[in-house]
Design a protein around this ligand. Structure first.
Ligand code: AMP
Length: 413
């Protein structure tokens, strides 16, 4: 099938050709006709499948007839909600690319950065708005954003949106738009809570599933190192010195872990950058830019900070800490060996993480290739050390957190 067969108009086809896309991806083939048909849809697709173009192209087409409205008279007709700032910026970039031969205007608003420039652009009038939930509600409250004319609402990475606690914000945003709008929900996985949200805000949706969550590319060489927790950094340095080359994405579970590893790698002469939720937005953008343009070859990230971000040409992914959720493993390693290329996924497993291996192997239906030949082997008898709190009782019991800390809703990712 070609893009032309999907009924897209000339200016969009031209932009798609200029972007170097020959044919639509599977998710685009299935999604574009339904969006053009004004249907509500639930799409389960991960980053890398081409899902952004799957909603951006038909939205641009649907709005094409309104493109010549005078700037100030432009109303927000399409609203795209993203859980993270980086993803929001990336989506906006795609709209700009695909809409380059139209007069449609799009902009992106997100928190952690000055609000005034965003207000200025909004006041001039836009057709398409990409936003993170908090900043959108803030600007709506200030009467800068009017959602009365939204015809298409997209919720991207819905599962992450709910994991990050945005459920109430999302529902509020949905209610602020017109009742008649079309809703497109995209999610890497469709857990029960996403299903519940879909039931409340989508109208008779069609479902599209492009890949099972358990699929990993055949081109990814997946290797596993059993290593004591205290030696993980040494193992990482050893592998970087001897075998892992090229552009490398390293996942750690916590922000603290990300920072610590970054410092160690830099002090050992490596060019590394990091992204996580505690870093200022401009620092995160800067880090991503340096990684994408090759100024540094190592990026260290938490799962949430890296979610949805399109990073091409990765040679290796390192699971420095193993994820407790097996699907996360699949998401992480799916970032290498894209588009027919090959790549390697390295996983470091300490005694307390052994229990995750079984569930990961069950999901991917493959046994990971264990590498025994390395300088820091884990004693096979090593048991997980479970740190028990001296105090008894539930950690959720009342009074564990001060009121001040409860109010200060810190990002955990
Ligand atoms: P996404 O899943 O939206 O993050 O897209 C992943 C990558 O695929 C992006 O770099 C897109 O530019 C690229 N892409 C999207 N659609 C196509 C297509 N039809 N052909 C080739 N590349 C594409």
């Amino acid at each position: 099938m070609s893009f032309k067969d999907l009924g897209l108009n000339k200016p969009i086809l031209r932009a798609v050709a200029e972007a170097g896309y020959d044919n639509p991806t599977l998710v685009q083939e299935k999604t574009i006709p339904l969006v053009l048909d004004k249907k509500d849809i639930i799409v389960s697709a991960q980053t890398g499948t081409g899902k952004t173009a799957a909603f951006a192209l038909p939205i641009l087409q649907l709005l094409f007839d309104f493109q010549d409205a005078p700037k100030k008279g432009k109303k927000i007709k399409a609203l795209i909600i993203s859980p993270t700032r980086e993803l929001a910026i990336q989506i906006q970039h795609n709209f700009k690319t695909y809409g380059t031969h139209t007069n449609l205007r799009s902009t992106v608003i997100y928190g952690g950065t000055s609000i005034e420039p965003q207000i200025d652009v909004l006041k001039k009038g836009v057709d398409i708005l990409i936003a993170t939930p908090g900043r959108l509600l803030d600007l709506h409250k200030q009467d800068i954003v009017n959602l009365d004319y939204v015809e298409t609402l997209v919720l991207d990475e819905a599962d992450l949106m709910l994991d990050m606690g945005f459920i109430d914000d999302v529902k509020k945003i949905e209610r602020l738009c017109t009742k008649e709008k079309q809703v497109l929900l995209f999610s890497a996985t469709i857990p029960f809570k996403v299903e519940q949200l879909a039931n409340t805000i989508l109208n008779n949706p069609e479902r599209i599933e492009v890949s099972t969550n358990s699929s990993t590319s055949k081109n990814i060489n997946q290797v596993l190192y059993y290593v004591p927790k205290r030696n993980k950094i040494e193992l990482c340095l050893h592998l970087l010195r001897n075998s892992i080359k090229g552009s490398i994405l390293i996942f750690r579970r916590t922000k603290y872990g990300v920072d610590k590893l970054e410092q160690t790698l830099i002090s050992n002469g490596y060019k590394a950058e990091s992204i996580h939720g505690d870093k200022a937005q401009n620092m995160r953008q800067e880090a991503l830019k340096k990684f994408k343009n090759g100024y540094v070859n190592i990026l260290i990230a938490t799962d949430v900070a890296a979610r949805g971000i399109d990073i091409d040409e990765l040679d290796a992914v390192i699971n420095f800490d193993l994820p407790s959720v097996p699907e996360t493993y699949v998401h992480r390693i799916g970032r290498t060996a894209r588009a027919g290329k090959s790549g390697t996924a390295y996983s470091f497993c300490s005694a307390d993480e052994k229990r995750y291996i079984k569930t990961i192997e069950q999901l991917i239906q493959l046994q990971l290739n264990v590498i025994d030949e390395h300088p820091y082997p884990l004693d096979p008898k090593a048991k997980a050390i479970i740190h028990k709190s001296k105090k008894t009782g539930s950690k959720h019991r009342k009074g564990r957190k001060s009121e001040a800390s409860k109010k200060k809703k810190k990002r955990w990712y």
